[in-house]
Design a protein around this ligand. Structure first.
Ligand SMILES: Cc1cc2nc3c(=O)[nH]c(=O)nc-3n(C[C@H](O)[C@H](O)[C@H](O)COP(=O)(O)OP(=O)(O)OC[C@H]3O[C@@H](n4cnc5c(N)ncnc54)[C@H](O)[C@@H]3O)c2cc1C
Length: 465
């Protein structure tokens, strides 16, 4: 593939950074929209290293998630398989009891505890996860870093709805051989698996993969926008806790804690997410296009998958709980022992329970991808080949929802850029409110269609989700 062809397709790039790892002409940089972008320092007819197409999760259509997962897990003893969730050895809902893992986490604490357990067991030498950027002069707040002790691992807790990329850490582990566990969203774990197919050193170094469920990614402007709403102007945000737990509130009614300069003074403001604009994930503010072109909801190529237990019987618990999908037997044993010794409070559940915690996510990401792909095809825009074939089989109103979601995500990037240029936060809110109004209207019509006038009242007064 030459640079011209690559550039046509890179609009979907996540960007996980693996292409830069295999092709030195590719550099990764955070662009003006707050998204990672691949920059190529070569003429348009320059032929890129063929590995670029092989390791990119969007360009490699042959080695899809099903192929990779089958290679990894189909021969594991007593492994189960579900078409929606992928392979699984065991499934749980619950949280960490040991230490302060849960208290310091976004949800049940498994996303940090599992690394501590793997370090304690001597299974790994290091952890590749997302932490505060140690370069305090950089405008980038969070990045992948390597931790080698439990203390260092603890510093990486909490979800960062923030762009990250892998090229830097991959280069570090290539130079520092060892056994590492890595955490990532589905396309990143797939990208790592693809790199492992072609790079024996990385393959030996990645001992475990910890997958997160991921509704979608956000640009760095999402954080900036949250900060701006509480008086931290663009460029002045220093830290953000996207998942600040509020005692006595349901787990999904968390707050955002933002630290930055307000009128020259370093301040921290904590605001309930319900009081901040842009926290409705259905709308997809600041979503990169790539997030809408993956069909992997349950991180099918990861050894263990961790998500939020968005289930009615768990959300009332403000402490937070995880859904957990285990595919690797060593991890399965660690979990069983830790449940027995009360380090974990985990209840085995059926596959439908796991699925139901992400059913809305699955409808958008997997089922309705068929419609999004067809829309791109009709517009003559290249789109990644995935496991969902293009189709127009969608109700008129769900089609409208999809059109509006794509519109809102796309426009949020440029409208925000213009608002920053004008130094006018209201410019963004007003423009976005116009689109949001149309979106709400479609939902009202759907509510009336499904449940009549009662449905409309429920929607307006938020008597149901
Ligand atoms: C962009 C994004 C979208 C998500 N969307 C959903 C969703 O729709 N539904 C759902 O159930 N769960 C989603 N999650 C996962 C969820 O937010 C929690 O991270 C997960 O439940 C683990 O919680 P915990 O308390 O066990 O983890 P913690 O103990 O808080 O640990 C979190 C772990 O995730 C790592 N991490 C943080 N940010 C990133 C990142 N950007 N990329 C890679 N690793 C990271 C940390 O380094 C740490 O290891 C999303 C996560 C991200 C990053």
């Amino acid at each position: 593939m030459n640079v011209r062809e690559f550039n046509k397709k890179r609009i979907y790039s996540e960007v996980s950074g693996v292409t830069a790892f295999v092709e030195p002409k590719i550099k990764i940089r955070l662009n003006d929209f707050g998204l990672y972008e691949e920059l190529i320092n070569a003429p348009e007819d320059f032929i890129l290293n063929p590995l670029v197409e092989k390791v990119s999760p969007y360009l490699n259509a042959t080695n899809n998630e099903s192929f990779i997962a089958e290679e990894l897990y189909s021969k594991v003893e007593d492994i189960c398989y579900d078409k929606r969730v992928g392979y699984y050895d065991s499934l749980y809902v619950g949280h960490v009891v040991e230490g302060d893992y849960r208290k310091n986490a976004s949800s049940g604490g498994m996303g940090t505890w599992i690394f501590k357990a793997l370090l304690d067991e001597g299974e790994i030498d290091g952890v590749i996860h997302v932490k505060n950027n140690s370069d305090k002069n950089s405008k980038i707040l969070y990045k992948y870093e390597i931790s080698r002790t439990v203390e260092e691992v603890l510093e990486g807790a909490k979800t960062k709805y923030y762009p990250v990329e892998l090229s830097e850490v991959l280069n570090i582990i290539k130079e520092n051989k060892g056994r590492y566990a890595i955490v990532g969203i589905p396309s990143f774990i797939k990208a790592i698996r693809l790199v492992c197919l072609y790079d024996p050193i990385i393959n030996e170094s990645i001992a475990f993969t910890v997958g997160l469920i991921c509704g979608h990614q956000k640009s760095s402007k999402f954080s900036e926008y949250m900060g701006w709403q509480v008086g931290i102007e663009p460029g002045n945000l220093k830290a953000i806790d996207f998942r600040h737990k509020l005692a006595d509130r349901p787990a999904d009614s968390y707050a955002i804690s933002m630290t930055g300069y307000i009128n020259g003074k370093l301040s921290t403001v904590i605001k309930a997410k319900s009081e901040l604009d842009g926290q409705n994930w259905g709308l997809g503010y600041f979503k990169p296009l790539a997030s809408d072109f993956t069909d992997d909801v349950f991180n099918e190529t990861a050894d263990i998958v961790i998500g939020d237990a968005w289930l009615p019987e768990y959300t009332s618990d403000s402490g937070g709980n995880n859904i957990v999908i285990v595919r690797d037997q060593a991890i399965s044993r660690i979990l069983l022992n830790s449940i027995e010794t009360n380090k974990l409070s985990m209840k085995p559940v059926g596959v439908d329970k796991i699925f139901s915690s992400q059913s809305a996510h699955y409808r958008h990401t997997h089922d309705e991808l068929a419609y999004r792909s067809l829309s791109q095809k009709k517009k003559n825009i290249w789109f990644p080949q995935n496991r969902v074939s293009q189709s127009n089989e969608i109700t008129y109103l769900r089609g409208k929802v999809q059109n509006l979601r794509m519109d809102i995500a796309e426009q949020s990037h440029s409208i925000y850029q213009e608002a920053v240029k004008r130094k006018d936060l209201n410019y963004f809110s007003n423009k976005m409110n116009g689109l949001n109004f149309k979106y709400k209207l479609v939902y009202y019509v759907m509510a009336i269609k499904n449940k009549g006038f009662k449905g409309l009242l429920d929607k307006v007064f938020k008597r149901e989700t």
